[in-house]
Write a protein that binds this ligand. Structure first.
Ligand code: AMP
Length: 360
């Protein structure tokens, strides 16, 4: 067990690292953040090292200063995670991150272990893109294998005839083509898992995107109890199979007929879990600390329904009204530069009028 008073190393300096460090401080832990970007939001609330992920001296000094290492961003180079794991527990481990960094490896892992995914195809040329689109039935999504997020690195195509242009628009290289899912809604489940296999899961939530960026999360998701149970069981089974220690966010599509298909995995705190800060006794961030330190996991049942709204770009300028709004719980990330679509903060509103439904 890694107890209060210990130091948690966090790779990545974004808002997820910032909120993890704040939650760790509430339990008496210190954090040391490692990130290359000068204006990292997490630097303002913890000790930090600003260095590249391939700076071995900086990595070694960082390892020597912490008791356990976690990540707030899944694209940390695996070599850095492996180096740190020689001397410190890295949770989740390098093999989990290696899968989550590569959409093709992730889809293969899921399908090989019998988890439901939309049909997918590896694509390395325009010709393969066209063939894959035909095999997928025409309507499809072409995605880069790596570094895709918030809709970057993907193109929706209506038919195989558009596959070549989409391949070229993405700059070619190694891609994945997925059959388009005519989903009814998008949901996600965040599950926490300790090294001894103990687990705790938040109820499924519904996510709505605007221009491919998460705009609102509604918790719990308005789905049947049976579907909610199935979604939680699916997320827990994936975390177990992957051997995640920490958090795993599982994004899923609800396809017609209440069929669940896994879209994406994120082995870290997730934007769709921010509502837990204000509607649960233990937030996803504190739950991460508990999971990686082998502490008792907290109760993941919400005490109220909630809607979380992201403040994107200039929407952050609404902060004075939001501060004045009764019941609105505002969280700002301290980012100085406002850019269109940039996640600047979020606001959570509790919904006492909405029944909680299935929450375990
Ligand atoms: P991703 O980056 O894979 O999470 O995709 C971003 C968003 O694109 C998802 O949240 C969906 O709204 C949409 N999307 C991704 N893949 C598919 C798919 N196979 N079928 C339909 N929509 C998709």
């Amino acid at each position: 067990m890694i107890g209060p008073g210990s130091t948690i190393g966090i790779l990545g300096g974004g808002q997820l690292g910032r909120m993890t460090a704040l939650a760790a401080a509430e339990l008496g832990f210190s954090c040391h953040v490692f990130a290359p970007e000068p204006d990292s939001p997490a630097f303002a609330v913890a000790r930090f090292t600003r260095a590249r992920y391939d700076d071995e001296n900086a990595l070694d000094a960082f390892a020597a200063s912490v008791d356990v290492v976690t990540v707030e961003f899944e694209n940390i180079p695996v070599a850095a995670l492996e180096r740190l794991s020689r001397t410190r527990p890295v949770r989740p481990g390098p093999s989990v991150l290696a899968i989550a960094q590569d959409r093709l490896a992730e889809k293969r892992f899921l399908s090989e272990h019998g988890f439901p995914v939309t049909p997918f195809f590896a694509v390395r040329s325009a010709r393969e893109a066209v063939e894959a689109a035909r095999a997928a039935g025409g309507r499809a999504v072409l995605k880069t294998r790596r570094w895709g997020y918030d809709g970057r690195g993907q193109r929706v195509i209506a038919s195989a005839a558009e596959a070549q242009a989409a391949f070229e628009a993405l700059g070619g290289g190694e891609l994945v083509l997925e059959a388009f899912v005519p989903f009814e809604r998008e949901i996600s489940v965040i599950t926490a898992r300790r090294s001894d296999g103990a687990r705790a899961s938040y109820p499924p939530v519904e996510n709505r995107h605007e221009r491919h960026i998460l705009k609102t999360t509604t918790a719990p998701a308005p789905v049947s109890e049976a579907l909610a149970r199935e979604a939680v069981a699916l997320a827990e089974a994936i975390a177990e199979r992957l051997g995640v220690v920490g958090l795993l966010a599982v994004e899923m599509f609800v396809a017609p007929g209440d069929r669940l298909l896994v879209n994406e995995l994120a082995p870290r705190p997730h934007n769709s879990g921010h509502w837990t800060q204000d509607a649960c006794a233990v937030s996803q961030f504190q739950q991460l600390v508990r999971a990686i330190c082998d502490l008792p996991l907290g109760d993941a049942r919400p005490f109220a329904a909630a809607v979380m709204e992201n403040l994107l770009g200039e929407e952050v300028e609404r902060w004075p009204q939001l501060l004045a709004e009764p019941g609105a719980r505002l969280h700002l990330y301290g980012k100085r530069e406002v850019r269109p679509g940039r996640k600047m903060g979020h606001v959570t509103r509790l919904r006492w009028d909405v029944p909680l439904g299935f929450t375990r």
